[in-house]
Design a protein around this ligand. Structure first.
Ligand SMILES: Nc1ncnc2c1ncn2[C@@H]1O[C@H](COP(=O)(O)OP(=O)(O)O)[C@@H](O)[C@H]1O
Ligand SMILES: [Mg+2]
Length: 344
């Protein structure tokens, strides 16, 4: 992905991935389940699947991980392969354009490998058919030649584990979704979990963070570990640049101000969305209209911005569109009209 500094600034609190995050993600990525903070239920279910696979000497059951960007889907897929001691193959589903692409990947998988398909809702038609038979029967049929000499050959595959990740589970067709034995949805992290992640990352990045600063940063991280790590790094830069030995509360607060992040972790785009809804209250606003006004893709609004605003209780999704709740007005420093309060 290409971006310039302005994009980076704009998308600062965006949990989705940028190229220069890659290094940070890898450095700070937990290398064992012990380092993976929170999501206890998900981790427990994954450990059971892994344990069972080890005992039967089989590949782990196919797994679907869903949830907003930056919550740990790729990390968990990685941990599964590490725990199993098998290869890890990481692929973006939308990048598989031809059937040959997926055939090549599947036939090259090693015994019990974890085949990680990110953004699996973006799998192209035709490509998905191959995946179906691969996960169903551990084989694929390919057609050689065309016309009268056409014949199909069956390629057996080594047992493998498909780990699909999606930020938009609703777009997966039910029969496809049903093929995953384990299905887990990752939820936003509580500030206490984010505080633990920040402390761990600070240790790796070799910077001291005052508890009060950890508190400020963890509350402004949109419930998202990737955002927490990015804010930590920005605060660290500010501390270093201004000759401080540690990240103090003041440094943390200044970091947020410098990057226009409020105490809820909201950024410019969140505030634009809220403003449209607050201005229209009590009337709901449709996704398409909203998207046109704030100039952001409907899919991005739905998968990235809305889930967090819903979680904060700032907006409501109704069949007629999105509505602002009083907390949205509070975040913008205004009050919703009386009518709106009753109209809920
Ligand atoms: N539970 C967690 N504990 C500690 N760090 C985490 C956790 N989840 C995510 N992270 C950090 O956030 C980064 C982004 O996570 P990632 O797995 O890439 O998210 P996703 O694939 O869901 O977008 C990781 O590199 C890691 O540093
Ligand atoms: Mg990922």
């Amino acid at each position: 992905m290409q971006y310039d500094d302005e994009d980076l600034e704009e998308q600062l609190t965006d949990g989705s991935k940028h190229d220069n995050d890659w290094q940070l993600d890898v450095t700070l990525r937990p290398s064992s389940f012990d380092d993976f903070v929170g999501q206890e239920r998900v981790v427990k279910n994954l450990k059971i699947a892994i344990e069972a696979a080890k005992k039967r000497n089989e590949a782990v059951d196919h797994i679907l991980l869903s949830g907003p960007p930056g919550l740990g889907k790729t990390t968990l897929a990685n941990l599964i392969s590490r725990e199993m001691g098998v290869d890890f193959k990481d692929t973006q589903a939308p990048a598989l354009e031809k059937q040959g692409d997926i055939v090549g990947l599947l036939t090259n998988l090693t015994e019990k490998a974890v085949f990680f398909l990110d953004e699996i809702h973006g799998l192209r038609r035709g490509v998905d058919e191959y995946l179906y038979s691969a996960i169903e029967d551990c084989k694929i049929d390919i057609i050689l030649d065309t016309g009268p000499s056409a014949r199909s050959i069956t390629l057996p595959l080594k047992p493998f584990t498909l780990v699909g990740a999606t930020t938009r589970e609703g777009l997966l067709k039910a029969p496809f979704r049903a093929r995953f034995i384990v299905r887990e949805r990752l939820d936003y992290y509580e500030p206490e979990d984010l505080a633990r992640i920040i402390s761990r990352s600070a240790g790796i990045l070799d910077i001291d963070v005052d508890p009060a600063a950890t508190d400020v940063l963890s509350h402004s991280s949109r419930g998202t570990p990737r955002v927490a790590n990015r804010l930590l790094r920005l605060a660290r830069s500010l501390a270093i640049a201004t000759g401080k030995k540690s990240i103090t509360k003041e440094v943390a607060e200044e970091t947020l101000v410098n990057h226009r992040i409020d105490k809820w972790g909201l950024e410019e785009m969140d505030r634009m969305i809220l403003k449209v809804l607050v201005d229209n209250a009590p009337a709901p606003v449709g996704l398409k209209t909203l998207s046109e006004i704030v100039e952001e893709e409907p899919a991005t609004i739905e998968s990235h911005y809305e889930p967090y605003l819903l979680k904060l209780g700032m907006i409501l999704k109704t069949s007629r569109g999105r509505k602002a709740l009083p907390k949205a007005a509070e975040a913008l420093g205004v009050t919703l009209g009386e009518k709106t309060m009753f109209d809920r």
